[in-house]
Design a protein around this ligand. Sequence first.
Ligand SMILES: C[S@@+](CC[C@H](N)C(=O)[O-])C[C@H]1O[C@@H](n2cnc3c(N)ncnc32)[C@H](O)[C@@H]1O
Length: 260
Amino acid sequence: MTTGFDTSKPSPARIYDYILGGKDNFAADRAYADQVMQVFPEGSQLAWANRRFMWRSVRFCAEQVGQIVDIGTGIPTVPNVAEVAAKVNPDAVVVGVDNDPVVLSHGRALLRGEGVRIVPGDVREPERIIADLDGVVDWSKPVALVLIAVLHFVSDEEDPHRVVAAFRERLAPGSLLVASHATFEGVSGPTLERIGNVNAKAPVPLRLRPVAEIESLFAGTELVEPGVVDVNLWHPDEESGPRVDLRVLGGVARISRNIT
Ligand SMILES: C[S@@+](CC[C@H](N)C(=O)[O-])C[C@H]1O[C@@H](n2cnc3c(N)ncnc32)[C@H](O)[C@@H]1O
């Protein structure tokens, strides 16, 4: 059977799906994820902490704005972004964007409902995503732009700060920016060494960045309290989980008219 995508190479979305206990992955994804889990067994705890940050931050956004654009949306879990948003804002328009064809096919099968779309797009091409979504998203009205655990797949040369700035400039006042990103700061040397070895073999290696570089992704915005923190500490609930020895930082910020 031809699937239209290469199942012999692991993909970030399917590795992540496997680590979260999902079934939408192939042997190559599982083989790579098993290597990761062998050197970093807390990986699934961290993935869940990030996924729960997605739930809490999307809920926060959907209470305030009616359009959500989730880039690097991943294979849907229960609940998915659209379900989280619909619970607090049944009329919200939710668009998932991803560059992995498996995410697109599963997303289309699983995400149903008025105003829910899954479209192809590459976060490294913000202008193209903005143009492609014209008509689906009303860019003159507030949008929650969600960039969770995707910018660390953007290399320094591809420049995640340029990517965020291009989106930020198009967002109407009152829009919200959500992002999470892995850092090497505050992580023990042995863990970094173990992660580094396995990351070097990754199809799309993670670029762990300093805390200050992650904070500066929010330049030109007003950070919502408590700012950029470990994802399990952002508006925590009883399921946020403990911090593990690899850090993913997350934050939510508001775009306001007066900030340049
Ligand atoms: C670790 S998963 C995160 C999924 C989801 N945002 C979450 O936090 O639960 C990373 C997602 O980003 C997607 N991705 C990686 N590089 C991308 C790119 N250049 N453009 C769009 N999506 C990308 C992957 O396909 C994957 O679905």
